[in-house]
Design a protein around this ligand. Sequence first.
Ligand SMILES: [Ca+2]
Length: 383
Amino acid sequence: MRALGPVAIVAALLAAAFIVPPALAGTPNDPEISDIKDGTRDSRDIRMVWFGDETNDTIDATMNLTALESYTNPQEIPNLPTTEYEVYFSVGDQNYSVACTVPVHGPLGVFIAFDVRTVTYGNSTSNPTETSVSSFSGTYSVSTQSITYPIPKAQIGQPKAATHLSKTWAAVWNTNRGQTDRTLEDRAPNAGYGKDYIVRGQAGAEIIDVQLTAENSTLTVSPAEPARFKVTVLNNGTSQVSLELHNSTPSDSGWTCELSLVNMTLLNGSYKVAYVTISCPRNAKRNTTAAFTIWATVHAGQQNATTKYLLLTAVVDYIPVKENTSSNPFSAFINWIKAHPKDFMMYLVVIIVLVILAGVAAFAVRSSRRKRQELSDQVPAQT
Ligand SMILES: [Ca+2]
């Protein structure tokens, strides 16, 4: 058998590197983690991570990057870099990651390894403490610029359908030879977390989970001002749903309940706000209450479901306008003064003027009488 020349060996290795790997789940329209093009190098720049393609035993997570190296960049080889491509999530209170560790490597990438880790965060996610708990086989695909991690369910608490993988984020870490700490090359998203992934189980069933919450479950109402409740409708399930909101019928006559929005479509992970306006009758007595229930009927594919009931309570709170029914003339007079202060002042001035005029007139009459008396006294007796 003829020995292969060096050129043929390199050609064979490169050909092996570009063999198309098994088909991936496909780029989803709605990845759990999205990130911009911002990594230090294309091979360390995360674009998105999505979850899906479950079996009884595994949940696939797929990290898509701007590019992946088929072999370590010759300029970096003197540093002997080790790169970790890592996807983080939590199941309940337990934090996990799945990591793809890439040492200096040639076209076949034979030293690339995958493992599940338990993770402890300090005050932030910037320096997690990680413990490897098991290894597994994944796919590092240069042709699709993606790394696929079939996460073993047994290593993350065997989550059942409807369990959330929460606090999702991803990172690329680099450690050059001699370094003790990893350098963060890219974080996705740049801050905070991506969306939850909801475990569906092998059957891939859609999980309907729509939640209704009210900003205030009790509000005051008066005949002049209805109670306006802000209700958030959240689709916490796996699929887009359509739904209708319903309200209970008022049990007391004169009360009304109106919804600002009845029919809606919600993508998974999204929400909409509806307002519920409750009005009371004109003769409603203070502190009487009326309770209404709000619920939704939800449809996803062939499945239908009904949400839990949301209870909203309106309490009548107003001071009725009182008629002046006082039988006491004095208090009625005081009330009239309070109600008509300007008129009262005008009448008061008129009365004072009249009193003064009357006084002046009386004085004038009295002095003219006195003068006449004096004149008659002075008339001499006729002889
Ligand atoms: Ca990025």
